[in-house]
Write a protein that binds this ligand. Sequence first.
Ligand SMILES: CC(=O)SCCNC(=O)CCNC(=O)[C@H](O)C(C)(C)COP(=O)(O)OP(=O)(O)OC[C@H]1O[C@@H](n2cnc3c(N)ncnc32)[C@H](O)[C@@H]1OP(=O)(O)O
Ligand SMILES: O=CC(=O)O
Ligand SMILES: [Mg+2]
Length: 537
Amino acid sequence: MANDQSYGEGIEFTAEIPEEFERVLTPEAVAFVAKLARLATDRNHELLQARQERQRRIDEGELPDFLPETEEIRESEWTVAPYPEDIADRRVEITGPPDRKMLINALNSGASSYMTDFEDANCPTFRNMLDSQRNLMDAIDETITFDDPKTGRKYELAGRLTELANLMPRPRGWHLFEEHMLVDGKAVPGGVFDFGLYFFHNAKKLLDLGSGPYFYLPKMESHKEARLWNDIFVAAQDELGIPQGTIKATVLIETILATFEMNEILWELREHSAGLNCGRWDYIFSYIKKLRNHDLILPDRAEITMTVPFMRAYSLLTIKTCHRRGTFAMGGMAAQIPVKGDKEQNEKAYAAVYADKEREAKDGHDGTWVAHPGMVATAKEAFDKYMPQPNQIDKQLPDVNPTAEDLLRAPEGHITEKGFRNNISVGIQYMAAWLAGRGAVPVFNLMEDAATAEISRAQVWQWIHHPQGILEDGTEVNEELFDRVMEEELDRIKNEIVGPERFEQDEFEKAAELFSELSKRDEFEEFLTLPGYELIK
Ligand SMILES: CC(=O)SCCNC(=O)CCNC(=O)[C@H](O)C(C)(C)COP(=O)(O)OP(=O)(O)OC[C@H]1O[C@@H](n2cnc3c(N)ncnc32)[C@H](O)[C@@H]1OP(=O)(O)O
Ligand SMILES: O=CC(=O)O
Ligand SMILES: [Mg+2]
């Protein structure tokens, strides 16, 4: 175990650091993270406070809209700094948590980039966070290998790092803190911990290889949150003597509030921007969460596709905004993954991914996300067809001018018992995996992660708490119905889906307890990973 005395004044670790991770938490790397934390932590808390105040105003009737005070930024002509040539072509980006095997598989997958996920697809145990950093260090040293004890298979990189997918880590969002590292008695913002360690160990090596420190930034709700990231980038580059503007970050537009501040977010990060991405799953979650006190009730999760009007308006506005500012408009995640042992369902999954990517490419997106290596070729085929050049940033969309009403209008649809059941079952299955340390899992042939599970959780809460929470057969959604359905679904999970043995081993009972508590309580919990973190840290 590393000795916390060696880390310097005001720096403390609240958990043992296994020896194998001492090369991640070197005194120099820790001091670097501490420096960034001292810059960021209080501002992070103020920004979270501002989120609460905004929510209070929305609860009282205010609706999100474009900000009058930043009109000048929206109306004037400017572009972000040019992108580096090695990320000119981002047509297919694979995503996933950087566990050792997945990291090697993702780098070798044929995708243009790998969104290396410390957020939605990751369960933030201290071990997972440190293991991910170590795996990334080994990948960038080009020494990473993995011997799978279960299969005996050996894994290694399929070529030089620069011939493989570009690494684009996504640090944790501003709501998550790394409670195992304290600086001046305060937990370090999770994103600062993830970004700081990665940048400290790898930025110079990436530049020497001819690549660079590229990032994704999640779950922001305002341009002021982007300003904090920009200040962190400036300080980090300064500290390591790396030229300003070297970092390039793509911001996920995945909250209903950020959609009204796309220009402003790009402006804040203009020296460091690599565009925006449509984080569709968190976006739906955010819509439900932020507008929960309004009569804007969404139908079953399966009916909220990218083609319903408010989602389409958001995606087209992202493309318009990014291209006007000279940068990438990345598409989002199709949650379908290959279906083993069912040819028909498998073909449907591939067709759904192709249709999603075809629409994105035709609309003007510059690339897209897939959740599984098996889907890379399918997404690439769609983009190659409609975008033979590396990107289509020069495609302008002057006629796209959605109003606030267009962006906020709830789609028509149905709330069904099937949808209600599915939300409960998926939510419990996901939380059970998460509590066992896994942040992304296949459930009912779809990729589920923290963002998709949040939709399920938020819908159940909303239908229980809102007078319009009525199933299409007229049944009122209430706690009694919830208790009955949850018991039936738990029984099904135990006896038909995972089997009694795994049910006992994994955390299904604990997950059900948490899911039930969050669904029934009157106050809406901001993120399910917050009470979840209390159970795993
Ligand atoms: C809303 C959002 O934020 S989207 C972004 C966040 N979410 C994600 O990143 C989820 C990414 N996807 C995944 O984590 C996985 O695909 C899962 C968990 C859904 C399914 O994983 P598995 O159950 O392992 O799938 P499956 O058994 O089909 O995998 C086949 C092979 O592909 C590999 N694989 C699957 N998904 C990935 C991936 N995303 N990256 C790299 N390799 C992968 C597996 O490791 C396995 O490798 P092997 O043949 O060498 O053993
Ligand atoms: O992070 C992506 C999303 O869809 O959420
Ligand atoms: Mg997300």
